[in-house]
Design a protein around this ligand. Sequence first.
Ligand code: PEP
Ligand code: MG
Length: 887
Amino acid sequence: MPKFVYDFTEGNKDLKDLLGGKGANLAEMTNLGLPVPPGFTITAEACRHYLEHGTLPDGLAEEVNAHLAALEKAMGKRLGQPDDPLLVSVRSGAKFSMPGMMETVLNVGLNDESVHGLARQAGDERFAWDSYRRLIQMFGKTVLDVDGDLFEDAVEDVKRARGTDDDVDLTADDFKELVDRFKTIVREQAGRDFPTDPREQMDLATEAVFESWNAPRAILYRRQERIPVDLGTAVNICSMVFGNMGMDSGTGVAFTRDPASGHQGIYGDYLQNAQGEDVVAGIRNTVPLTELERIDKASYDRLLEIMETLENHYRDMCDIEFTIERGKLWMLQTRVGKRTAAAAFRIACQLLDQGLIDADEAARRVTGDQLAQLMFPRFASRVDGVKKITKGMNASPGAAVGKAVFTSERAVELAEAGEDVILVRRETNPDDLSGMVAAKGVLTSRGGKTSHAAVVARGMGKTCVCGAEELDVDVKAGTFTAPGGVTVREGDVVSIDGTSGDVYLGEVPVEDSPVVRYFEGELSAADGDELVTAVDRVMAHADARAAMAVRANADNPEDAARARRFGAEGIGLCRTEHMFLGDRRQLVEQLILAEGDAERQAALDALEPLQKQDFEGIFAAMDGLPVTIRLIDPPLHEFLPDLTELSVRVALAGEGADPKDRRLLEAVTRLHEQNPMLGLRGVRLGLVIPGLFGMQVRAIAEAAAARKAAGGDPRPEIMIPLVGAVQELEAVRDEARAILDGVKESTGVDVPALVGTMIELPRAALTAGQIAEAAEFFSFGTNDLTQTTWGFSRDDVEAAFFSRYLELGIFGVSPFETLDREGVGRLVRIAAEEGRRARPGIKLGICGEHGGDPDSVHFCHEVGLDYVSCSPFRVPVARLEAGRAAI
Ligand code: PEP
Ligand code: MG
């Protein structure tokens, strides 16, 4: 039978699965010899059993008996002993911290008799009766489901009768009266008496903590934080110490360093004569921790000593909860502290310099997501007259400023007129997409981090604050109100901070992040910015450790150059269809509408020099580095006018319609597809339109030859998209090789070029062995591979129903964002293995959006890809994660 109960002396910090974070760290501190009030932990396994079967596991009661007896022996008093009661707290503590989401019951063990014992022992009747009424209140609310407001109302009543609005003015008699009233409330509301048997109190509190794992707010929190639903919580039974025993007592929180900057120092708050709950409730104002030196020097010195011990032991920044009971310091909790992204980089380097961790560990202590956060633009400094009006959830980072608008139509209208707008909605739905695209940022009053607004905004890289519940949004009136009588009307400027969730009325200036300026080469590690120096050091180590290269997806020289500045080691995907937009659309239209070979050839001849020029620019920007050029991919009708608009125009013109329009309409109708993503695109297009791919290959070859003749070092790689069968690839490859040879002959310049393919269809992955025979490299197009493996239209589904899927937990994150290891990932593995078997040493990369996603980068490392390719802005993130994956 498993062991369900661990004394604090038996556990350690590595047993978080079993003991939860709080229990594991209480045990660790106990074993370090730090002053932790004695106690024991009931495991999360017992909780899981309870939640599954509705009963406590066999043997648990006996184990609890034994541990309680040991605790009573150690403390020299029994739980609830009438003349000198042992009192305990019953606290939740899951593996992952879920602050305030689950329950706690304090002062367990008090009843009508032991309250007198406590009063005598403490020499303080008022304190004892206050403790007793707190127990009934917490127990009533948490264990017996009594509406907490009823207790609060009773307290207010008594205060009113006393003519005060401060708890401090209440006397022992007042608390006695409250105890009576509370008991009546419990009897009336719960249909039973408040249990006076201490052990029954403890057992019922334990079960209530177990049950609080499934409280609605806990479920919501887990969903948002992607904490697995089936972990359960441990329960910590800890002997009570009191911070509310007079002015020589108190309670506080401390950080071993500043969680915002990482700087070492004394950070925290202290509240004299109070319990932890009072700090959280904000009943009285705390004082800075440094004040404790004046209040109680001995405890202060001891606390600093303990903080140093903890930092050295955990080799990380810790946060701490402590209580002082009549001059004696007790540690109630510690954990590795949460920190801002900037502090994470700084602290990692500080600990490295202190010799507490090595460079590998420093890289492990930061994440690509944190680096990405540091790269978003941010608010410079507050300006007079700009007021923070509320705070919502930090759903998608960045800083955005604009005029408030309340409908998508207005957002689009104003954006088209050149205005910056913030779309404000109660919540968004798929109809708001156009408004979200047009807006600089999105603000909603409802919905969590997986709401539609949040998911879609993150997908678009758009700043979003969601669930700002204090706002009352009235779309019809075109206003929203915020606390303090603030009313914002359409057109009023608001600023939203997607990194903190803060919302301001007025314009807060936005500035580039210093980290981006560093990557751009405008700031250097030597300039003295501590954050930049830390990022530089971590990046250098990550680069040194990485097994994979990082390339960029770029289709113009500017993006290529920026990607290179950001550390890209080549281009992994140049989407040539992006080169056919703007003025050139006309030429493509001619190509599509060509009647006969001569007309088509003329159109191709017009396009070829333009393409050659494009490629020369990119080769120059990426001189000496590989450039993978993907031959044209999208459906042709994307280059033609909209079918509906054109039909209407021709119909309205009737007999007088322009013959060119008629021809166009005929072509658009002919090319119209129900499922263009599965239609005439990629290699299919190359095989159907003679000369199109050939023109592109010739332009690539000639551009490379020209660059080389001019002293450059171009390294082209030609990539064929959407291949499903090796026969498709062979046909295009043969044509490409013939053209490359021809250009070599005609120019007299030999530029070696690889010819390879994308693997972006399940059939390609499953027949990768055959395809590798004809391909010198594979690049995984995981956007299409995800689309075709799941059968999810990549352009539609995220907005249509992914938020529902996320709510239902069908997946924790969109498979277009993070590679689905089990399905799509399995295809990637198969293709990589079979590709390598057929062609040892075949170059393997990824160029879908996943190439810049941290988890997916780790997957690519595991599969042994040679490189990942992502958008230029994500290159640093991918570099960092490629390094971390290799550590
Ligand atoms: C892909 O499908 O993953 C890919 C990179 O190609 P595109 O996004 O251009 O379809
Ligand atoms: Mg694709």
